[in-house]
Write a protein that binds this ligand. Sequence first.
Ligand code: 3HC
Ligand code: NAI
Length: 702
Amino acid sequence: MPESVVIDRHDGVALLTLDNPPVNGLSFAMRAALGDCVMEALADEDVAAIVVAGAGRMFCGGADIREFDAAPPPGAASLPAVLDELEASRKPVVAAIHGVAAGGGLEVALACHVRLVAPGTRLGLPEVTLGIVPGAGGTQRLPRLIGVEAALDVIVGGQLLPAERAVSIGIADELVPGDLLAAAIARARQLAADGAPLRRASALEERIAAARDNPEVFDAFRKKMARRARGFDAPYACVQCVETAVALPFAAGMARERQIFERLRASDQSAAQRHAFFAEREVTKIPDVPKATEPLNIQRAAVIGCGTMGGGIAMTFANAGIPVTVVDVSDEALDKGLGVVARNYAATVAKGRLSREQMDERLARIGRSVSYADVRDADIVVEAVFERMDLKQEVFRRLDAECKADAVLATNTSTLDVDELAAATSRPESVIGTHFFSPANVMRLMENVRGKRSSARTIATVMQLAKRLRKVGVLVGVCDGFVGNRMLAPYLREAEFLLEEGALPQQVDGVIYTFGLPMGPFQMSDLAGNDVSWYIRQRQAATRPPDLRYSPIADRICELGRFGQKTGAGWYRYEPGSRTPVPDPVVEEIIVAAAAEAGIERRAIGDDEIVPRCLYPLVNEGAKILEEGIALRASDIDVVWMHGYGFPRYRGGPMFWADLVGLRTIYDAMSRLYDEHGERLAPAPLLKRLAGQGKGFGDAAA
Ligand code: 3HC
Ligand code: NAI
């Protein structure tokens, strides 16, 4: 029976089993059932001890996140109150934890007197990743159990820890290989027989007292987390809760934790981060690729082209334990590309994030060749040669001739038509795009670009591959720039127009950074290299409509050889060996001159003009992408932007953010921009329709 807690009696021990597939989520109904079972076990004179366990795959994945926006039913049991009852029990309570104990799930366990864990279990308090604090005593019991500093790491870090680590720092008491339930029941019975005092986390004062003597630990922690936590509310609220645990008695601390929990639960940031959680799970679901589709089992891979991307992609395979052969035109090209790979690994070893043995293992998985014959046994080949259609088609013809019949032929192209590449082969159903982001071994996004004829199996294979490579795969359709770069184009364009109209790169970048992106458009271009888009613009020049506004600033910057960080100058200048952008008067001169030539009178641009001007057109492009079916869902676009471009998770991605701003507001602003600046900024029909209906992109999915 789903959504229940089952109570079984085992000779004096009541076994309470949480049963609510898939993760035994603590819904309102589950909390009530748990409360009832606890009362029943406490009242039953034949019960001397209690064991709490989970049915199926895990102990418990925490509160039911889907109910966060719902009002609790009248008289609903509060989880902290149920757990207080459980902890206060005179009868010993043992948690038997397997699979996962996360969030409210771990909080249930923390209220038990003993925690036994099965090997392979993961435990933690991931609430912070949902924009909230643990709300059922996690921030009050954990520091009492394991000390303030360790608790801060667990609560603010939000990671699930392996069982061994959880035991070693004292979150759990013992690792139990073998029959966990039998061990837990035996332990409960033994504790009851011994009648020894029970260990209640809420009553442990020693660690708290120690922290009282060391109050600077909190400021030090805030300082340490500042970079990663920038813009997020929840990490700071978590620290505040732990501070409260030290400052206040347990019951008062619990009340304060609840208050903070409720405030954050109702916040936009939490809504955004919960949206991100579900978006990342939704993105794996492809309506016309049935779940039962059997993906190809990738045992060997090959990469064609050992440049910037090819090397990074090879590392990604090697890191995931998949042997990979890299093919390039010459030994010199291979030496160069694989030299970069070796240096990348060595740098990670030097930072202490990889052992020498691991590096050697990974390097040993990367083979090299100048012959296409060596890709014959690969299950997937990722092409990453220069961005030229004729060259890539030639590569695909050769792959078609060499590769085994069921191999997936993938391209890392960032702008070219996957269908045209597929047409160069006799097996278009096996051809697909796998658009990695630079640096490919670091960035988690993989835009998987389906061609018109890509088969369900080919799609399923690259979606599963993304998971194996520890990436986030988003399925998109063919169009210029796919999802991410297509939306980036209007953003970069408007940022440049703002320069002509009166802003400077440092102002625009500053505002966008404050909004929450890792850097603004100009710093980003300097990092990526300004030359790449310059070549693309040169190629497009012949077909560009002459009456369309065009800013020559970026071209002029490139004409001076200012390709960005790699040449020591771009939109900014960089001291030798430094990545810190320094505003450059030369750039300002170029901007002022370009404005004068275009007859634009520069004016003071308010900071508040910059976000709408740069980001509304980006959202507008997203609306077109959605309407054209290039992305399956608005939330898929959000996943692209969070993982490919660092769009702040606490804003949920551009489409979710747009819904929060209100599509009416965005539509009205786009209409004004359209009147002022013309066709480029015409509001997308979908934006217009949804705004008119008072709906958001989230509703469009429904
Ligand atoms: N509530 C509701 N649904 C949940 C859920 C939860 N807590 N956790 C997972 N799910 C759903 C997922 O959305 C997914 O649904 P779908 O199949 O319809 O897409 C399904 O359960 C399976 O989830 P995963 O694919 O993520 O399963 P895994 O086995 O890979 O991972 C997990 C399991 C580690 C538990 C992972 O699901 C997870 O991290 N869940 C969230 C854990 C969490 O954040 N808990 C804290 C909740 S807040 C809380 O507890 C407040 C408390 O302090 C009061
Ligand atoms: P690159 O210029 O660094 O490397 C290309 C490599 O391909 C060179 O080593 C070259 O010798 C090799 N090559 C050329 N012809 C070949 C052939 N016939 N057979 C085998 N190898 C051949 O290029 P980069 O930047 O790695 O880009 C590769 C692809 O990835 C392009 O399609 C590009 O659009 C795409 N891409 C690039 C990104 C970036 O940030 N650099 C991001 C995402 C995609």
